[in-house]
Design a protein around this ligand. Structure first.
Ligand SMILES: Nc1ncnc2c1ncn2[C@@H]1O[C@H](COP(=O)(O)OP(=O)(O)OP(=O)(O)O)[C@@H](O)[C@H]1O
Ligand SMILES: [Mg+2]
Length: 196
């Protein structure tokens, strides 16, 4: 109970099941406007009711608007004040906050900045000639494709040598220059404290 209102007031059965679920992962699939945020905020209240510290609860979502709504509703429902406020925001904002908090161990103590996809393409474009990836004699990957391949490797934890043959077989002939370009690109990013 929080004040006079019970957090489970008016929840339907599936929402109640979500809110009171135990300490194991749970995937909830539900359509637009069906009460997902309500179920999530009720879960926050339920966890607080069970004695979980608010600071140990993390609410993440995709858009800023959804994040603001979710956090406001969680706070209102649990009547949270000041310090007892669950952390949360968009995936990007939380990632940014954590990187800032741990900048030193991450080797970013001199500051860092986040580049958008256009800036990543520009940097790739700028570095391409040094690695022989310009010209018209053969079909060459564009900078957008190079950023895509780089990103695929990083996001899936695979090497270029695993990704190219399977997903970009037409880039096979250029695998070595691409590898040297990527090494230089990573070094340039590190030196500039650039994240993307
Ligand atoms: N069990 C319920 N009984 C009555 N009304 C409810 C119930 N659950 C949610 N609602 C109402 O339905 C509306 C949509 O709920 P909610 O915002 O939680 O859904 P959602 O699935 O998160 O929506 P969206 O897809 O827009 O994010 C709100 O007005 C909410 O108050
Ligand atoms: Mg919602």
């Amino acid at each position: 109970m929080f004040g006079n209102a019970a957090w489970d007031d008016g929840l339907d059965e599936p929402q109640l099941a979500v809110a009171t679920h135990g300490n194991t992962p749970l995937v909830v699939v539900a359509g637009a406007g069906t009460g997902k945020t309500r179920a999530l905020t009720a879960r926050v209240a339920c966890l607080l009711d069970r004695g979980v510290e608010a600071e140990r609860i993390l609410l993440l979502t995709f858009t800023r608007r959804a994040a603001d709504e979710m956090l406001a509703r969680a706070a209102a429902l649990a009547r949270l004040s000041g310090a007892r406020r669950p952390q949360g925001g968009t995936f990007h904002s939380m990632a940014h906050r954590y990187i800032a908090a741990y900048a030193e161990p991450l080797g970013l103590a001199d500051g860092f900045s986040v580049a958008d996809p256009a800036e990543a393409r520009d940097l790739m474009d700028l570095m391409r000639p040094e690695h022989g990836l310009v010209g018209t004699s053969t079909r060459l990957p564009r900078s957008a494709t190079l950023v895509e391949i780089y990103s695929r490797c990083v996001n899936t934890g695979r090497t270029l040598h695993e990704v190219v043959p399977v997903e970009y077989p037409w880039c096979e002939p250029h695998r070595e220059p691409i590898a040297s370009l990527f090494r230089a690109y990573t070094a340039r990013k590190r030196a500039a404290g650039l994240l993307m």
